[in-house]
Design a protein around this ligand. Structure first.
Ligand SMILES: *Cc1c(COP(=O)(O)O)cnc(C)c1O
Length: 483
């Protein structure tokens, strides 16, 4: 038999020593970047030449690693969105940590596939799941899974609830085969991923009712009760309530205990979207505000937001593991299990969610929790809330500014006062752009009851009171130029 000619070498380097030197340089560059998190501009627009460099076609020939790294340093690193920077306050972005970065490197080196099989990396994820269960006081029957983010966690929760309410035959026959029309409920402040989840589950985003909120932007439970009654009278099947802990606009917390009681009375599934807010459970001073979360049937949250784990790392916690398995377990000859050897350890994570190949994202979460510990992380989260209160008070003492929503956790919405509503919307929109372009500070924006709001979400552990002072001063300075 003719044997194939040898590949000159694998993809490993021929000169490991040179790689080591280069690797250490790359690591040092990232440490430098993170160490200077208070000094660099938060954000800067990409020059056109750099934008154009990303339009080049794929190269046929090899490019030396140092050259590609230099490209990264010049064209990518300076033009990211800047959420590692202390002045970043837009959307809900975590700041990441050097520890998380190092753990991510280790995970990439191990290159484990966490779809299943008998291996220590899966035990890391299972240990994490038990830690989460304990923090949220879920029963022993509960189980969790790391996912890419809360959008995915919300989707998985809707799918499990769907299977519970329609029966497992829905998995084979499909939603269209039945006559039951499932209806879900959330508040008008809920995240768009809940509607998307209904859409992707085949239930239809129009079958998600958007219930009004009260003056504190919380789910109006009386209006919810009324909507459930109406839907039942119309012959529909209410099945799912999605509460939010930390709404994306203002950081409101829905009345969980009341919603849990209602869900129990009406026999509905209670889901909690706690994307960023749920981790407030780590702070002894904030945890009481989350009372009732322990009654949820499913809980979705992110480690990559307030948990500061590098992107991405979300989590879904399901009260009854059996229901999770009943929704996702499938069998195939090539994925056969055994009681010993590499194919042991069933059920596998691929039986608990839609994905088969899964990365070892558990490692960066595990490192973060171990290295910092619960107390430090809880204090960091409480500090963000203290900064939000500080900003709120500064705004209340500044006649040119107006606070637009109550401050519950770490989000502050405000605007620069103008003579008319139309003028206020126009000026504040320009103001947010100018603030982001300044490179000094970077809030984002939203609309609250038709009012354009400058929105500062204090999520980054690096943000300090001087960043808040910068936001305030820059707001006032830039606004004076705009009006
Ligand atoms: C960020 C967020 C989401 C979406 O989470 P991803 O991790 O971005 O998928 C859902 N709900 C709320 C309340 C959020 O803040």
């Amino acid at each position: 038999m003719p044997c194939p000619p040898p590949l000159h070498h694998s993809l490993d380097p021929t000169d490991w020593q040179a790689l080591r030197t280069q690797g250490h340089k790359m690591l040092d560059d990232m440490f430098d970047y993170l160490e200077a998190a208070h000094e660099q501009p938060v954000w800067q627009a990409m020059p056109d030449a750099i934008y154009q460099s990303f339009q080049q076609p794929l190269n046929d020939q090899a490019t030396p690693l140092p050259d590609v790294h230099e490209l990264f340093m010049k064209t990518i690193l300076p033009y990211s969105i800047g959420n590692t920077r202390s002045g970043f306050m837009g959307w809900v972005h975590g700041g990441g940590t050097a520890v998380g970065m190092l753990a991510e490197m280790l995970a990439a080196g191990v290159n484990a596939n966490l779809g299943g099989r008998y291996q220590a990396p899966i035990e890391v994820e299972r240990q994490l799941s038990r830690w989460v269960c304990q923090q949220f006081k879920f029963p022993e029957t509960a189980h969790g899974l790391l996912v890419s983010g809360t959008s995915m966690a919300n989707f998985i929760s809707v799918l499990i609830a769907r299977t519970v309410y329609l029966g497992e035959t829905v998995r084979t026959a499909g939603v269209a085969a039945g006559t039951t029309r499932l209806v879900a409920y959330t508040s008008s402040s809920a995240h768009l991923s809940i509607g998307k989840a209904m859409d992707m589950a085949g239930l239809g985003s129009h079958c998600l009712r958007s219930i009004p909120v009260n003056a504190k932007y919380q789910f109006d439970v009386v209006a919810l009760e009324h909507a459930i009654k109406q839907d039942k009278q119309a012959g529909l099947c209410p099945f799912f309530i999605a509460a939010t802990v930390g709404t994306v606009d203002v950081g409101a917390i829905d009345p969980l205990a009341e919603l849990a009681a209602l869900a129990k009375r009406e026999q509905l599934w209670l889901h909690v979207d706690g994307a960023f807010g749920a981790l407030a459970i780590l702070s002894d001073s904030l945890a009481p505000q989350l009372q009732g979360i322990e009654h949820a049937d499913s809980l979705a949250f992110d480690f990559h937001k307030w948990g500061q784990v590098p992107y991405s790392a979300g989590f879904v916690l399901i009260r009854q593991h059996a229901q999770q398995l009943a929704t996702f377990t499938s069998s195939a000859a090539y994925l056969q299990r055994s009681t010993s050897g590499m194919a042991a350890g069933s059920p596998w994570p691929c039986d608990e969610g839609p994905e088969l190949s899964r990365n070892f994202m558990a490692l960066k979460v595990w490192f973060t929790l171990k290295v910092y510990g619960r107390t430090n992380l809880g204090n960091m989260i409480a500090h963000s809330c203290a900064l939000a209160l500080y900003l709120k008070q500064l705004i209340e003492h500044t006649p040119e500014l107006e606070l637009l929503a109550p401050v519950t956790l770490n989000i502050v919405c405000y605007r620069y006062r103008c003579t008319t509503e139309a003028e206020a919307n126009r000026v504040n929109q320009l103001l947010v752009n100018a603030l982001q372009n300044s490179g000094i500070t970077a809030p984002s924006s939203t609309y609250l009851q038709g009012k354009f709001a400058i929105r500062a979400a204090l999520v980054n552990h690096r943000t300090q009171h001087r960043d808040i002072d910068n936001l305030l001063h820059t707001t006032l300075t830039l606004a004076k130029h705009l009006v």
